[in-house]
Design a binder for this molecule. Structure first.
Ligand code: NFS
Ligand code: SF4
Length: 659
């Protein structure tokens, strides 16, 4: 290592978080147990070829790296082809992960129809009807089970069909102008699985080297991603209920040393819902072991799923997932799929914590494994809880040290719950409460905070700062995934935050909702940021955007709605960002993806996308500039919308379709 590199490495401080609970745990540990924060420092400096996307390992002649000396790979592939191929494989990785999740939901229905998943049933009939209606399925003379079967058939078809008809979940959830655009540009996916296979085929050595063609296929993959995410949300709601407001707490102070503590981590609600249910029935077993009861807490998106539907407290978000184990009071961490750092196992070995993997395709060496299957869901959930109780019995009391940090959280804002709240102000067209507030200038627009944490930036900092600044500027905010985790942990997802941070317009808007919904809220008040769920539930956020577009009578690129992922990390985030853009949303990303090695590919992301789809990426790592750029993107749209509305009024014509 050169002297310069050593110097650079020294400068990175592993205390890369602003979460006070995480800092406390980290400081007490004083580097003795290694976590992601330490490994990030060790990893510096990271390879710039990979970072800019110009390293190709697609065939065994590679890796080929684009340098001044060699401007093409061994096969003659230009830098732009290599960058585009890498990018769309990342998008496809995200699509694959969501497809895996969504297919599991669909598969559970297969098992239900075969009489093999008795622990699952239709929980939310209204949601079933709503989805059936949206898909254009007639309800007349059909039993609920028949109806569910038809919804199921549509989902299977969206996953597997080979013809050119649009996927049902795309066709029925976007405005017609969007669909037309997708068909014109050939980015409307045939089906989820077909699209994934197309991307892998197209990016194989010696197939497509046209960067624009490649990127458009990537966008198709991102739309397939959107389809499977929406299916996952819909089926989850049908099986487990559509979220309604819930009240709980967030951050590591939620750990109760007198309880058997279970951390639910990963993404899938199929097992975690069962664990929450059985843990409520198994209090006696916990008491026999000397505990007061059983407490479930969530990490990442499994956490978001059980928070939204069951009010389960938030333990922490992605980046700090290893730290709760170091409190010495987590008896089991149950994981399913995605965003689970293998590092949790090594940390757990210093404590009593059992890491329990539960999916056959997502294992960690040395961890416990309970092989989940739909047929024995409750039984498997009980097995998991019993392992946690065993862990409790073996706890080393001397190691317990829980940081005393929590904040109140109000969550549970599915799109339906939002409509319900807005409907109290505007009964005929609930979403009009928002469009009116934007038209009058009371709100500056709507922003979705989505995405992960990433050690390249200070953990939780950009989310927190942007939320506070946008609140001041009267932006209505919704959040999902680990961005929502930040808001919850940092006290930005409760009524106190409205008082503290909201500008006058936003405060008046939220207070009007509070007053109109006083009976439903039982003395509680609405939060500053509305939690819409897991990352898969970004589908809910898009339903929100789409409803705004329908209400204004415009295509999505005219809607003052911006997505922001200031701490993006996973391939899923790359895919979600790409469908946001394709669906017409300006999308701020605070960690620039691996595309800067090709000016052409970067230019497509930043400019061409806007020309074609109306959505575009904003790469901005600087927090202050991010605030400015997000606000500018909102303002540009609301200004244009207003001008177009005034023009239409003046000349008594319809609103122009251009953006
Ligand atoms: Ni989303 Fe949720 Fe978090 Fe990022 Fe991972 S948990 S699916 S990918 S890290 S937000
Ligand atoms: Fe190199 Fe071409 Fe093989 Fe990529 S596909 S590793 S650029 S030879």
């Amino acid at each position: 290592m050169s002297a310069e590199e050593k110097e650079k490495k020294k400068k990175v401080d592993p205390r890369r978080t602003i979460d006070p609970a995480a800092l406390e745990v980290m400081d007490k540990n004083d580097g003795q147990i290694e976590t992601a924060y330490d490994r990030y420092v060790k990893m510096q400096p990271q390879c710039n070829f990979g970072r800019t996307g110009v390293c190709c390992r697609i065939c065994l002649q590679g890796p080929c790296r684009i340098t001044k000396k060699s401007s093409k790979g061994i096969c003659g592939a230009h830098g732009y082809s290599i960058v585009a191929r890498n990018l769309i494989r990342a998008i496809c990785g995200g699509t694959g992960a969501h497809a895996d999740h969504s297919r599991h939901m669909i598969y559970t229905l297969t098992e239900m129809f075969a009489g093999k998943a008795g622990d699952y049933q239709i929980e939310d009939f209204d949601k079933l009807y709503r989805v059936a209606d949206r898909l254009g399925i007639s309800r007349e003379g059909k039993s609920d089970e028949d109806l569910l079967k038809e919804v199921y058939n549509c989902a299977v078809s969206d996953f597997t069909k080979l013809d050119d008809e649009p996927c049902k979940w795309l066709e029925t959830t976007v405005v017609p102008e969007r669909l037309k655009k997708f068909q014109e540009c050939n980015v409307s996916p045939r089906s989820v699985h077909t699209t994934i296979s197309e991307v892998m085929g197209q990016t194989h050595m010696g197939v497509d080297s046209d960067p624009v063609n490649l990127i458009f296929q990537g966008l198709k993959s991102s739309l397939a991603d959107y389809v499977c995410m929406h299916i996952a949300t819909d089926i989850s709601d049908i099986l487990f209920g559509t979220p309604k407001p819930v009240y709980t707490e967030a951050n590591m102070g939620v750990i109760d040393p007198e309880m058997v503590n279970i951390a639910l981590h990963g993404h899938n609600p199929l097992l975690s819902e069962m664990i929450v249910r059985v843990s409520r029935e198994m209090t006696d077993e916990a008491k026999e072991a000397g505990a007061k009861g059983i407490k479930c807490m969530g990490i990442c998106c499994t956490g978001n799923e059980v928070l939204m539907r069951q009010g389960v407290p938030v333990l922490t978000n992605f980046l700090s997932q290893e730290l709760p184990i170091m409190t010495g009071a987590i008896d089991a961490m149950v994981v399913d799929v995605q965003c689970i750092m293998p590092g949790v196992q090594a940390v757990s070995e210093c404590f009593n914590t059992r890491i329990i993997t539960t999916m056959s395709h997502s294992k960690i060496p040395s961890a416990y494994h309970v092989d989940f299957d739909e047929e024995h869901a409750m039984e498997k959930a009980k097995e998991v809880v019993r392992i946690a109780i065993e862990g409790y019995k073996e706890r080393d009391e001397s190691k317990i040290d829980i940081p005393d940090h929590t904040h109140n959280v109000t969550a549970g804002f599915s799109f339906e719950a939002m409509e319900d709240l807005l409907g109290a102000v505007s009964p005929d067209a609930p979403i009009k409460a928002v469009t009116d507030a934007v038209d009058s200038g009371q709100l500056r627009g709507v922003v979705l905070f989505a995405g992960c944490n990433n050690l390249r930036v200070m953990h939780d900092q950009s989310h927190s700062h942007l939320i506070k600044e946008l609140a001041k500027n009267n932006v209505l905010m919704v959040a999902t995934g680990c961005a929502a985790g930040t808001a919850a942990k940092m006290g930005l997802m409760n009524a106190g935050a409205v008082e503290e941070y909201a500008g006058d317009g936003l405060k008046a808007f939220i207070n009007q909702l509070n007053e109109a919904n006083a009976d439903k809220l039982n003395g509680n008040k609405l939060p500053l940021v509305f939690h819409m769920g897991s990352c898969v539930d970004n589908s809910r956020a898009y339903d929100f955007t789409n409803a705004l577009a329908v209400q204004w009578g415009v295509d999505t690129p005219k809607v003052p709605f911006v997505a922001s992922a200031p701490e993006a990390m996973s391939e899923k985030a790359v895919s979600i960002g790409s469908w946001c853009v394709t669906l017409g949303i300006p999308t701020h990303v605070g960690v620039v993806p691996e595309v800067t090695g090709s000016e052409l590919v970067n230019g497509v992301a930043l400019q061409i996308a806007q020309d074609v789809y109306g959505g575009y990426f904003i790469w901005e790592e600087d927090i202050e500039k991010s605030v400015e750029k997000v606000l500018a993107a909102l303002d540009e749209r609301s200004w244009k919308l207003r001008v177009h509305q005034q023009t239409a009024e003046k000349y008594e014509t319809t609103l122009t379709k251009t953006w």
